[in-house]
Design a binder for this molecule. Structure first.
Ligand code: NAP
Length: 388
């Protein structure tokens, strides 16, 4: 079974090369696992006590597992609703950030705190309460923020220093309204920094993808491509860019940022030079084997037929005025701080493995992307418009 799968992966890599117009991929002769693993980081030079706020959702478990692998002592803090007892042997503290029940955190000491769970409109309150409580009980506060905090990404390449949303610059928001997501996260970043000062680390991920993702935004593409047939591919094959982050690359890196006491503000997207939407789709096709053809449909036609970036066509976001750098981040600072990238082949394969292990009703009901019928309808309209 393993050998057959390995054979299929290697064959698929070779066919991916053909799709990309490359005569051959010399590395296709090497085992895929050797291609797909990032450079192995050195072992940590200290054992840390790590507190993870939100240890049982999508991203928390990847951090918990990696921190344990690296020999650290882990405590998680949740309400105990999502997955109580998920990690036997890991200390699980219970409380509720909505109601400010944080007593379980008092009187303890940690080397670093990773805050995953503050993502609602009241995120600034959550972070203010927990960061103020923990400022003398922990050396470092690492806040998981988002690429949505930016208000201007017109510079290409963009960097993490681009301007961020403020109350004054958030269009459509007025005092008294709930904070929209990007503004809430930007204000929450400021609360973390107000409490921890230069001991704060802010990490701003783009779309987080890979095993465990229940939003299905990335998953749509490997699942769709694996089905084969005529695949609707959106936009400008070379001009539209993609930068996302594999959840394992994100989570392993944030644990290492804590080991290394690395402070400051960082992006978490990849790969380093980004990739075009065609490299992205053909790269995913390289780990599948169903016969398929591609039909590229321009964004204007898709818009006329109700197919929106990030919605019916998830992950794809063509450049818009003021956001030309959205998927063109320069990541020199992040790479220097230890961010590494798995191959797209690894992300796509692991996502498919995760998807196929889900219950049948979940597999048949993706939460993102166009339905097969809607895709076929737009393809028919496109061919008609071309006289086909
Ligand atoms: N997904 C993306 O593409 C993306 C992109 C950029 C940034 N982000 C950021 O990444 C983080 C996403 O984390 P995630 O996807 O792992 O979240 P998640 O799956 O929703 O998990 C939330 C975690 O927080 C705990 N929690 C929820 N409500 C709580 C409360 N009131 N008090 C205490 N604990 C609570 C949950 O456990 P209990 O239910 O047991 O409490 C769970 O462990 C967010 O900060 C988000 O803004 C996500």
């Amino acid at each position: 079974m393993t050998n057959r799968r390995e054979f299929l992966r290697r064959t698929a890599l070779a066919s991916g090369a053909v799709a990309l117009g490359i005569d051959s991929i010399p590395a296709a002769a090497a085992p895929v696992d050797a291609l797909s693993r990032p450079v192995q980081p050195a072992p940590p030079d200290r054992r840390i006590r790590l507190l993870i706020l939100g240890g049982t959702g999508f991203i928390g478990p990847h951090q918990v597992r990696y921190a344990l692998e690296r020999g650290h002592e882990v405590t998680i803090f949740n309400r105990g609703q999502s997955a109580p007892g998920m990690f036997p042997g890991v200390e699980e503290l219970t409380g509720d950030r909505v109601t400010g029940e944080l007593d379980a955190l008092r009187g303890r000491r940690w080397d670093a705190v990773i805050d995953n769970s503050a993502s609602r409109s009241d995120a600034p309150d959550w972070v203010r309460d927990s960061a103020n409580l923990l400022r003398d009980q922990a050396d470092q506060y690492l806040f998981i923020s988002t690429r949505s905090v930016f208000r201007d990404l017109s510079a290409v390449p963009a960097t993490v220093d681009a301007p961020v949303l403020t109350r004054e610059t958030t269009s459509g928001w007025s005092e008294g309204d709930p904070y929209p997501y990007g503004l809430a996260k930007a204000l929450a970043e400021a609360e973390a920094t107000a409490a921890f000062g230069d001991r704060t680390t802010i990490v701003r991920p783009g779309l987080i993808v890979g095993p465990g993702d229940e939003t299905d935004r990335f998953t749509y593409w490997p699942v769709r491509i694996e089905r084969g047939g005529e695949v609707l591919a959106p936009g400008n094959p070379e001009g539209d860019r993609i930068q996302v982050i594999d959840v394992r690359d994100l989570c392993e890196w944030v644990v290492r940022l804590c080991e290394d006491r690395t402070y400051g503000t960082f992006m978490a997207v990849g790969p380093e030079n980004g990739r075009s939407i065609s490299e992205f789709l053909y790269g995913i096709a390289a780990v599948t084997t169903a016969p398929l053809t591609w039909t590229w449909v321009p964004r204007e036609f898709l818009a006329e037929h109700g197919f929106r970036p990030y919605r019916e066509m998830p992950v794809w976001r063509p450049p818009t005025p003021g956001f030309e750098g959205f998927a063109r981040f320069d990541l020199s600072r992040e790479v220097a701080a230890g961010l590494t990238f798995r191959s797209l082949a690894d992300t796509a394969t692991s996502t498919l493995d995760y998807h196929h292990a889900r219950p049948a009703d979940r597999r048949s009901q993706l939460r993102a992307g166009a339905s097969a019928e809607a895709e076929a309808e737009v393809l028919r309209a496109w061919h008609r418009s071309r006289g086909g």
